[in-house]
Design a protein around this ligand. Structure first.
Ligand code: 4AD
Ligand code: MG
Length: 460
């Protein structure tokens, strides 16, 4: 078959020549002596327009081909500079490869995103999801490219682990079904040891292992699935999501923020340049003004504000919040959005949070009240990134673990890292799905994950 991406890139090359395209029928319409097929072969966002006429030997059958069918088309390429599409293929031969039944759910009318979630096995064939999953693929590539250009090592932390990296207790337990091999206590299965005699869970974050790698390779990143057993039904939380976690040694919070800003800008630029058709689609049909928003992000310097100062600003608006704030309260989505949308109008880092509302591993500041944390808040989403400089002083780390009730026994290796050249280091986690929402304007995390895992949702 002809390379459809190349057809769209340089149709002139194929003018008046024979081409062959295989794909799925998106739409088909006909009149008495001719018809049109919008054909999509999956390799390119746009459909190929096929014209067929009654000189085709199987004209009457082709007219009845159902949408969703897989066909092959041979024909001549005609440039159509006046028309909406650049070219069309005048068919000389059309062959059915796999006929679709007439019950095919993706008919011409617009379907709601909610409905399309119930047919996750077919929704990649719609324009919207074709564009989303292409952008998702390209953004993943851009992230790898960004870090590789800077010499970062791609580290692979385990999915099954014994530690709770965030200390928040939001883990899914891993259970071996081979119950005979599980330790028994008084003859009964001990479900605290159901990973063949030990306890294990799905990782909530690869950070702790990334720290190990950073203290060996200096600059590293992870990119993989992470899991949170939080029973929250919001448009921004999933039980399974992908996280990018860079970790850098000989680096502090400012280096960390610089890296995050560079990375976000790089990925946005890369996707805008390399997914033009998809991004046009989002800009026209999903979020009006998307291009302005993203260009503004690339051109702006991200804002920076101390948690303490942010609270002063937020307090003035307390009457309008569902959850009024004061120093010490966690910043929630409504506050995150108020800061990034109303006050800054661009992405903003909030730094130096009270130690009580952040994880045990964050580095204590001089004031003994706040830690060297940074969250990146962006308009429309809220928290896109969470990170910090890490506590590299063993005595301080142990103190925090004790205060926060973190079980130290299983974390001996994490503490030992501080004894052997545990230089200052920092890192962050970027929620990949939230980045895709930001890039595309899609409003629900369920619509940027091929098979979303949210409470009670594990069908496909
Ligand atoms: O702020 P979080 O929990 O930070 C960490 O896990 C650190 N260990 C990261 C690090 O410093 N290496 O999560 C980081 C990001 C959030 O900012 C958010 O974008 C995303 O991960 N995230 C979620 N995305 C979708 N669904 C969820 N349930 C998420 N929880 C966090
Ligand atoms: Mg966070």
């Amino acid at each position: 078959a002809t390379d459809v991406r190349d057809l769209f890139k340089s149709p002139g090359k194929y003018s008046d020549k024979e081409v062959m395209v295989e794909g799925w029928i998106r739409t088909i319409r006909d009149s008495k002596n001719f018809g049109f097929i919008e054909l999509n072969d999956g390799t390119f966002m746009k459909n190929v327009q096929v014209v067929f006429e009654n000189n085709l030997s199987n004209f009457d059958e082709v007219k009845k081909y159902p949408t969703g069918s897989a066909i092959t088309v041979k024909g001549n390429l005609l440039l159509t500079p006046e028309a909406k599409q650049l070219f069309e293929i005048k068919a000389t031969e059309i062959k059915m490869e796999a006929e679709s039944e007439s019950s095919y759910p993706l008919q011409k009318k617009r379907h709601s995103l909610e409905y399309l979630r119930t047919i996750a096995h077919l929704r990649p064939r719609t324009n919207t999801f074709a564009a989303v999953f292409r952008v998702r693929s390209l953004a993943a590539y851009a992230i790898h490219k960004f870090f590789n250009e800077r010499g970062f090592i791609y580290a692979h932390p385990p999915i099954i682990t014994a530690s709770d990296a965030e200390g928040a207790g939001e883990m899914f337990r891993v259970t071996a079904l081979d119950l005979d091999n599980i330790e028994k206590l008084d003859g009964k299965t001990d479900y605290t040891k159901d990973f063949f005699g030990k306890s294990a869970n799905l990782t909530v974050s690869g950070q702790l292992e990334a720290e190990i790698f950073a203290l060996a390779f200096k600059n590293v990143y992870t990119f993989g699935p992470t899991f949170r057993a939080e029973n929250s039904n919001t448009s921004r939380h999933a039980a399974e999501f992908w996280m990018i976690e860079p970790e850098i040694a000989f680096a502090d919070l400012n280096d960390n923020m610089q890296l995050a800003e560079d990375m976000v800008k790089y990925v946005i630029s890369y996707v805008m340049e390399n997914a033009k058709e998809e991004m046009e689609f989002f800009n026209s049909f999903v979020e009006k003004g998307l291009f302005d928003k993203l260009n503004n992000v690339i051109d702006s310097e991200f804002g920076k504000i101390d948690y303490t100062d942010a609270i002063e600003i937020l307090k003035k608006n307390n009457d309008n919040f569902d959850y009024p704030v004061q120093w010490g309260t966690d910043i929630q989505t409504e506050h995150e959005r108020y800061l990034s949308e109303k006050i800054f109008g661009k992405p903003v880092f909030v730094t130096n949070y009270p130690k009580e509302i952040k994880a045990f591993y964050m580095r204590m500041n001089e004031d003994n009240k706040t830690v060297a944390a940074m969250d990146l808040l962006v308009p429309g989403i809220g928290e896109l990134i969470g990170g910090s400089q890490r506590e590299e002083r063993l005595d301080m780390l142990e103190k925090r673990m004790d205060e926060m009730g973190i079980e130290k026994e299983g974390m001996w290796w994490y503490m030992e890292l501080r004894k052997y050249g545990g230089v200052k280091h920092a890192g962050y986690g970027l929620g990949f799905e939230r980045l895709i929402m930001y890039l595309t304007g899609m409003g629900n995390i369920r619509d940027v994950i091929p098979f979303p895992r949210t409470p009670k949702n594990a069908e496909f």
